[in-house]
Design a protein around this ligand. Structure first.
Ligand code: GAL
Length: 815
């Protein structure tokens, strides 16, 4: 994999200079890290028979199973949605069978060479209530499905014999507000170290004086000595920028039994600062030396940057103002379910970057570790959120059942895992917790906030508050460093006036709902609007009672300089929460996404791009296939100030941005056009009425052929890389047929396979793993995966009566 993994076996520093003595260190077996991906056996629910299915990990057992309305039908009051009486909801958690028990087993082998080692098993997360056994002996448990955790397997191992690893999971009903996924859905690895080793997540790196001229790196290291005696040795830290060593420090140490902590400062000249536009990263290799042998090497990544949050002027990165143009992201990957896939996640972030986003809030739980790693590498500010629920239940079997025993442990695990990442700027301890309504709600807030300050005093704490009065009156907003407001653009000014010292931002904004390719006329605001076909309007004017249109939040952001920015709900559609159709079936996935569940951008993508990106945007909607004489609204999402619309060459008028009217501030509108077939064209104009850009839509004729667009034509042959192939139904001239619903059949030949399919229709109950998909509003997506063999693979897409399409992807061992 291209991915630069942390904490891998690192090249040994063979010789280094200590004062005037040149010391030679010997290479020795150091830490070894083995991902456990293949040859797992899996069984769903209590059959425990001989029926075991062979699976690969990461694995989501529910995503390949059929949808069923009964799976998560529940009569509940969702206070956050403003409900006061119970409603019968369906599809709230995705209507896939994630509820139940999952059993995994796998053989492990350890040989005589491993006998003197410490051997750990690490899970990036397992959904949920994991119980781990080795050779039928209980090793440990971790109930919160989003936490990363590690167990010491050493005492349970049979060397030179087969070892049986078993992982038992259980997802209870009524335990989530969205699709949580099911199974060992993130990476698992074995880590072997020598008996004296750097603890996992055992370095804490902070930087100070990060100016152009100098930066000081402080590295706090925790080294465990599991031998029964103390040992004399050294700890060496070497700092690298790219592959060049730019600093080092050696400390002589006596490794006492058990835990040793060391703090070292290293000064670096002219550090390259990290920012979203210059994601410069450093890493430190920490080496444990005993008897002149390097017996452990541990890699930690970090960056130099300063963060400053102000009450009046917003947020500053490296001394410069920067507004958060953020998105909230749930963890599922649409048709791939919750099964983590690095390249699919990277694909998502590339789209967010293309849109101009510079920040991510990982809602509402610890993310896969690679999300914050990608935020570092690709340049996104990052809010790591720990919980959606504390002691007060939102769902009967939710985190409230774990709160007393696990809250501190889960929060500390998150902080220790992620605190070296320069992208990470705040710890969010909770989202819309029901403690907001409790008089003593600030106690739990303070409890968690204090843990964050203790474990990482360099970053502020925050939480997303929806109940602003409760959060203020009960002291929760005061008990975090920065209150985040969910859906309160109209209150920013008032709260700022009443609490001028608070540093604030929109932790969750908009919740606009839309479906790709669905247009309803006239285009006007639709508060909690339900449509007969269970879709929401792609004009981006529909929203639930607590939400807003993007435009409304844009205006609040523009008018209130003190607000540090926003985090839109959500960057991508996700499984579950089919608001506004919570009681209607069949709906099972969200309408909130800027990009649909299959990964196809909705029009909204261009609205945000026109506001957030430096690139010029001129995007016309809707499509141009209507009934003759129909009254149609036409909008243009653009960062040009003026434009003229033409229908078949005839001008329909010039529109200019007008900040005195909300909906003319961020889009251009021609709201009553009489449809006629042909070409609709918009031409952007400069101040002197000169045309400077144009785009158009043509009326499509009958579906004639399929067309495939891929996000990449060459990928790694590592058995995991994903290619997104978007299939469009087009007419003879290549125009998208905007209502086409043809059944598309897929086949893949060569060194790759079809992993999943989707079309972004929230009401579709089609399987994500069948080799076919109905086009939805002209498009569907095949998600392809490379094999481990170098070569190529070819996707063919066919539909009855249409010309087929093919595409070939090259796969290489390195790129
Ligand atoms: C918020 C909540 C999110 C999601 C969203 C939908 O209140 O924090 O998790 O439910 O509403 O609009």
């Amino acid at each position: 994999m291209l991915r630069q993994k942390l904490n891998l076996l690192i090249v040994v520093l063979i010789s280094y200079t200590c004062g005037c003595n040149k010391i030679t260190l010997t290479e020795t077996n150091q830490r070894e890290e083995i991902r456990l991906t293949d040859n797992w056996l899996f069984q769903y629910n209590d059959t425990l028979s001989t029926q075991w299915e062979e699976v690969n990990v990461p694995h989501d057992w529910a995503i390949s199973m059929p949808f069923d309305k009964m799976i998560d039908m529940q009569e509940v009051v969702v206070l956050e949605d403003g409900e006061r009486v119970p409603k019968l909801r369906t599809g709230r958690t995705g209507a896939l069978p994630h509820i139940g028990k999952g059993y995994y087993k796998k053989e492990l082998h350890f040989n005589q060479k491993d006998k003197d080692k410490k051997i750990f098993i690490q899970f990036d997360g397992a959904m949920s209530h994991a119980k781990v056994y080795l050779n039928k002996q209980f090793v440990g448990t971790r109930p919160y499905g989003y936490s990363s955790f590690e167990f010491d397997l050493t005492p349970f191992i049979n060397f030179n014999k087969k070892n049986l690893l078993e992982v038992h999971l259980e997802n209870k009903p009524l335990s989530s507000r969205w699709y949580p996924g099911a199974g060992i859905y993130r990476d698992v690895r074995i880590v072997k170290t020598n008996p004296i080793y750097v603890e996992n997540w055992g370095t804490y790196i902070t930087t100070s004086n990060s100016t152009k001229n100098t930066g000081v790196v402080t590295i706090k290291t925790s080294v465990i000595n599991s031998l029964k005696k103390k040992k004399e040795g050294k700890l060496i830290h070497s700092i690298f920028y790219n592959d060049k060593r730019v600093g080092e420090e050696t400390t002589a140490l006596t490794y006492q039994q058990e835990k040793n902590t060391n703090s070292t400062n290293i000064t670096i000249d002219a550090p390259h600062l990290w920012s979203p536009s210059t994601p410069n990263l450093y890493h430190v290799i920490t080496q444990v030396v005993v008897d002149n042998k390097v017996i452990d090497s541990y890699k930690s990544q970090f960056g130099f940057r300063t963060i400053e949050f102000t009450n009046n002027d917003g947020f500053f990165l490296n001394g410069k103002p920067l507004k958060f143009k953020g998105v909230c992201l749930h963890h599922d990957l649409g048709p791939l379910g919750a099964a983590h896939n690095y390249s699919a996640l990277k694909h998502r972030l590339l789209k967010m970057k293309e849109m101009g986003a510079n920040a991510i809030r990982s809602t509402h739980n610890p993310s896969d570790p690679s999300l914050v790693q990608l935020a570092d590498e690709m340049g996104f500010l990052f809010i790591a959120e720990a919980f959606d629920e504390w002691e007060e239940p939102k769902t009967e079997n939710g985190y409230n059942t774990l709160w007393h025993e696990w809250a501190e442990k889960d929060l500390v695990s998150l902080i220790h895992r992620d605190r070296n990442h320069p992208s990470l700027i705040m710890w969010s301890i909770g989202n819309e917790v029901r403690e907001q309504t409790k008089e003593n709600g600030a106690e739990n807030t303070k409890f968690l906030s204090d843990i964050c300050h203790r474990e990482d005093p360099t970053r502020p704490t925050t939480a997303g508050f929806n109940n602003w009065k409760g959060a203020i009156n009960n002291g929760l907003a005061d008990a975090v460093d920065l209150p985040g407001w969910n859906y309160k653009p109209n209150l920013y000014k008032r709260i700022h006036k009443e609490h001028p010292d608070w540093k604030m931002y929109g932790s969750e904004t908009a919740s606009t709902v839309s479906t790709r390719g669905e247009y309803f006329f006239p285009a006007k605001e639709g508060k909690h609007k339900k449509r007969p076909n269970l879709q929401s309007s792609a004009f981006d004017l529909d929203f639930p009672s607590w939400g807003q249109t993007p435009d409304r939040e844009f205006r609040a952001q523009d008018q209130n300089k003190f607000i540090m920015g926003e985090f839109v709900w959500t960057g991508y559609d996700y499984l579950g929460e089919p608001t506004p159709y919570n009681e209607e079936w069949p709906t099972k996935s969200s309408y909130f996404g800027i990009i649909d569940l299959a990964g196809i951008p909705k029009d909204r993508f261009y609205l945000y791009k026109s506001k957030w990106s430096q690139e010029k945007v001129l995007h016309l909607l809707p499509h141009w296939n209507w009934k003759k004489g129909q009254h149609v609204s036409v909008h243009c999402y653009t960062n040009y100030d003026r434009a003229e619309l033409f229908l078949n060459g005839k001008s329909l008028g010039v529109r200019s941005k007008d900040t005195s009217k909300l909906y003319d501030s961020y889009r251009l509108r021609w709201d009553d056009i009489i449809f006629e077939e042909g070409e609709l064209k918009v031409v952007a104009l400069d101040g002197e009425n000169n045309p400077i850009a144009e785009t158009s839509k043509q009326t499509a004729k009958n579906p004639y052929q399929l067309k495939i667009d891929v996000d990449r034509e060459e990928v790694l042959a590592n058995g995991e890389e994903i290619v997104y192939a978007t299939v469009s139904v087009v007419d003879k001239n290549g125009n998208l047929c905007p209502r086409a619903a043809n059944l598309v059949q897929f086949s893949v030949e060569g060194n790759g396979k079809l992993r999943a399919v989707g079309n972004g229709n929230p009401t579709s109950l089609e399987s994500f793993v069948a080799p076919k998909r109905l086009a939805f509003n002209g498009k569907c997506v095949a998600i392809l995966q490379s094999s481990k063999t170098q070569g190529q693979f070819t996707l063919t897409a066919k539909a009855d009566g249409l010309k087929p399409a093919t595409v070939t992807i090259q796969t290489a061992l390195s790129l």
